[in-house]
Design a binder for this molecule. Structure first.
Ligand code: FE2
Ligand code: FE2
Length: 303
């Protein structure tokens, strides 16, 4: 594992709790393959997250994101200070470490070399982070990358690169305003988005990656909205769906409102193919509307 090469500020985690609560929380992180760099010293700029605030039934997750973005935009290091005790602390630490997993990325052997750094830099260079929707897409791309490794620690280089680039088409169609809610047919819209994304991916990777890798990545991007028997495609789909719930659903609800979000929750839950991905959702902090919509769709019999 190594630090991200492409974040404006490196982030750390500080746990304010008694020794036994702290140890239990750190064990829970390790069990999930999460290894945020730890910070011991409190600073005024810390993004403080009390477990009582994180676990509130009416939690607004975007407020924590906003505090992170402010710290990143100041250009300095960012430390999340998580405060609590016992089980509440543990759930908060795991939830925070997962929501912001892109800041302490898992780098397996397939993604641990300088050539992968090159891909990360090329991907980062495409994103004008001052645009809020582009920033959200950039964070989603890193988050999907991380979910592929979380679900499959041996994830191939191709599926990790595909995770980074899978939604790159949005830079062309939805950088300033979202349009998916206007699509006459949601599935057709998503399939077109995937196909065009593969063409854009090829254009970026052609000069920095091996042809065989480029072909495999583009094949995965082109089909990422339609899982089939290909296990890597299923992995990418599960990672994408988890990232929607874990990272993007709060912003999606704020942008689109309840009706379109309820449809999206239904669509995304049904995309998940593996029991492992369904279980991973248990650790994810969801806002109330999303949690209730998810409970409703979970209660339906699976086709
Ligand atoms: Fe997509
Ligand atoms: Fe996506």
């Amino acid at each position: 594992m190594s630090a991200s090469v492409n974040e404006p500020a490196s982030a750390r985690l500080r746990i304010e709790a008694c020794e036994s609560s702290k140890r239990a929380a750190q064990d829970a992180l390790r069990a999930r393959g999460l290894e945020p760099p730890m910070e011991l010293t409190a600073r005024d700029e810390d993004v403080v997250i009390a477990s009582a605030a994180w676990l509130r039934s009416d939690v607004r997750l975007l407020e924590f994101d906003h505090a992170l973005h402010e710290a990143q935009d100041r250009g300095g290091p960012c430390t999340f200070a998580v405060v609590g005790e016992g089980d509440a602390l543990l759930r908060t630490v795991v939830g925070v470490a997962l929501r912001y997993q892109r800041l302490w990325p898992r780098r397996n052997v397939q993604a641990g070399d300088v050539d992968f750094d090159l891909v990360l830099r090329a991907h980062r260079a495409l994103h004008a982070l001052e645009k809020p929707l582009v920033r959200a897409d950039y964070e989603h791309a890193l988050d999907v990358w991380q979910w592929t490794v979380a679900l499959s620690p041996e994830a191939s280089r191709a599926v990790q690169v595909a995770a980074l680039f899978h939604d790159i088409e949005r830079l062309a169609s939805e950088a300033d305003v979202r349009i998916e809610q206007n699509a006459p047919d949601y599935s057709t819209f998503k399939v077109d988005h995937a196909r065009r994304g593969a063409d854009m991916t090829r254009a970026v990777l052609a000069s920095i990656a091996e042809p065989a890798l480029v072909e495999r990545v583009c094949a995965l991007v082109a089909r990422h909205e339609r899982p089939d028997a290909d296990p890597e495609l299923a992995l990418l789909n599960d990672a994408d769906a988890l990232s929607f719930f874990a990272l993007n659903s709060a912003g999606f609800f704020a942008y689109y409102g309840p009706e379109h979000t309820a449809m999206k929750v239904d669509y995304t839950w049904k995309r998940i193919t593996s029991e492992r991905a369904r279980r991973a959702l248990e650790d994810v902090r969801l806002e109330r509307f999303i949690g209730e919509a998810l409970d409703r769709v979970r209660a339906q019999p699976r086709p």
